[in-house]
Design a protein. Structure first.
Length: 456
């Protein structure tokens, strides 16, 4: 379970460079849902507190005179911070003071950090101010005694809880900034990777997968991720990266398909684009006793699928172009409403089969021609692809009964269909896998192809 140390410090004012020191510190240990522990202490800064700061915080020289110095509470704080994410409202400020105080004690303090102010800006959008006092007011959080460490830390922990409730713990964890690694193990990680096709997994220090990728050359692709010249998303991935695992697939097609499967399985934070499943498909039906195309949701489809889409809009855009190319009836294809005075017939982009300006036989002939441009998504086929880590084997992908599976066979076993089919590892998602399958089929990127008959 991930624990947070929600921190607030009060200081003597000014900046660290000007010699500012901590006068009070509070730590609220939180799991994103509940408070586990609270710590609060005044701190003797060893220097006078300016009057205007005392007026702001209520902390005076007299109050801190008998308080412990930071060195006295450092061991207790160090224990509180161990294996926790350092959280604060404007975390860079609080963390810089805590790190500086630890440094004076001879302690090198590094930690993952998370800023409730920064995360709130990205999730609770539209507020005029994201200061602690303004944000708590907007979120309905009680903040009594502002500018006292424990009160502010408790308020920040309430903001953290609301962020977790709203977005989910795993999503909030992805907003943390991992500690800088002094000796990034890029060379060590790269050296264990093959220059072959496959799927690779980036894991953090908690062994959680935060990115899944594929390539026909794993080492080369990962090297791009780890390039020191890269920034933004890749920089954050580098900071989070603790280890890389992989498995070879023998060919790029299988790597594409398994990557898609694993993204759906693990839902990694940095693979957001791959999380969205295929939602719509193009199929055929009969409309007014004539053949027509029809867009429907995949889960509702009961007829052979011609093409898959991630949105209705992309499906309609494709069908619009396909209808125009073959001069088909937009009304029959569900792109327009039926009308006695069809605009597309008037501008010669539809031959007017509904208005009896074209015979049904002529229309059906042209429709069949348009249909032949699709590879049938129900044709049962086996593809044999060259295996880049074993010259004596093929990678086999088989599509049968609207399911796709894969296996590996020796090149002298290609005629043993029953044996091959019995060895298949079946994939969970047919729709996404079939897009990759069709792509290779159309581009003839295979060594051998075999049609499966209904008796197989």
């Amino acid at each position: 379970m991930s624990l947070f140390a929600v921190v607030d410090v009060e200081t003597t004012g000014g900046s660290l460079e000007q010699g500012s020191r901590i006068t009070e510190i509070a730590v609220v240990v939180h799991d994103g849902y509940l408070v586990h522990e609270k710590f609060s202490s005044l701190v003797n800064p060893g220097i006078p507190i300016p009057p205007f700061i005392s007026k702001l915080t209520g902390i005076t020289d007299e109050m801190v005179a008998s308080a412990p110095a930071f060195t006295e509470i450092a061991p207790q704080l160090q224990e509180l911070f161990t294996d926790k994410i350092f959280v604060a409202h404007n975390v860079s400020y609080d963390l810089s003071y805590v790190s500086a105080e630890f440094s004076r004690c001879g302690i090198d303090f590094t930690t993952d950090k998370l800023c409730t102010c920064q995360v709130s800006r990205s999730i609770f959008k539209g507020f005029g101010s994201y200061s602690l006092s303004a944000l708590t007011k907007n979120l309905g959080i009680t903040l009594n005694g502002h500018h006292r460490a424990l009160n502010d830390a408790l308020a920040a922990s309430e903001i953290l809880k609301m962020l977790v409730d709203y977005q989910g713990l795993q999503e909030i964890l992805m907003h943390r900034s991992p500690q800088e690694k002094k000796n990034f193990r890029a060379a060590e990680l790269l050296n264990k990777l093959p220059e072959k096709a496959g799927v690779y997994f980036f894991t953090d220090s908690n062994k959680e997968i935060f990115y899944v990728g594929m390539s026909k050359n794993i080492r080369k692709r990962v090297a791009r991720h780890l390039s020191v010249s890269r920034s933004g998303k890749s920089k954050k991935m580098q900071l989070m990266l603790d280890d890389i695992s992989y498995y070879e697939t023998g060919c790029e097609l299988l790597a594409c398909i398994i990557e898609s499967e694993e993204i759906k399985n693990y839902q990694p934070y940095f693979n957001r684009a791959g999380k969205r499943e295929i939602q719509y498909c193009l199929t055929t039906l009969t409309n007014k006793n004539l053949p027509a195309y029809h867009i429907t949701e995949v889960e509702n489809c009961i007829t052979p699928v011609l093409k898959m889409f991630k949105s209705r809009q992309s499906a309609e855009e494709f069908l619009d172009k396909h209808t125009e190319k073959y001069q088909l009836c937009r009304c029959l294809n569900g792109l327009d409403k039926f009308s006695s005075s069809c605009f597309y017939t008037q501008i010669k982009k539809c031959n007017g089969v509904i208005q009896k300006k074209e015979s049904e036989q002529e229309y059906e002939t042209r429709f069949q021609k348009s249909l032949s441009s699709f590879h049938s998504y129900n044709e049962d086929i086996m593809l044999f692809l060259e295996n880049d880590y074993s010259a004596d084997e093929y990678v086999v992908l088989a599509r049968k009964n609207r399911s796709i599976g894969y296996t590996f066979v020796r090149k002298n076993q290609t005629e043993q269909t029953d044996l091959i089919l019995s060895r298949l590892t079946m994939l969970k998602s047919f729709s996404d896998a079939n897009i990759f399958f069709e792509s290779y089929l159309k581009r003839k990127k295979y060594a051998k192809i075999q049609t499966l008959n209904s008796n197989c």
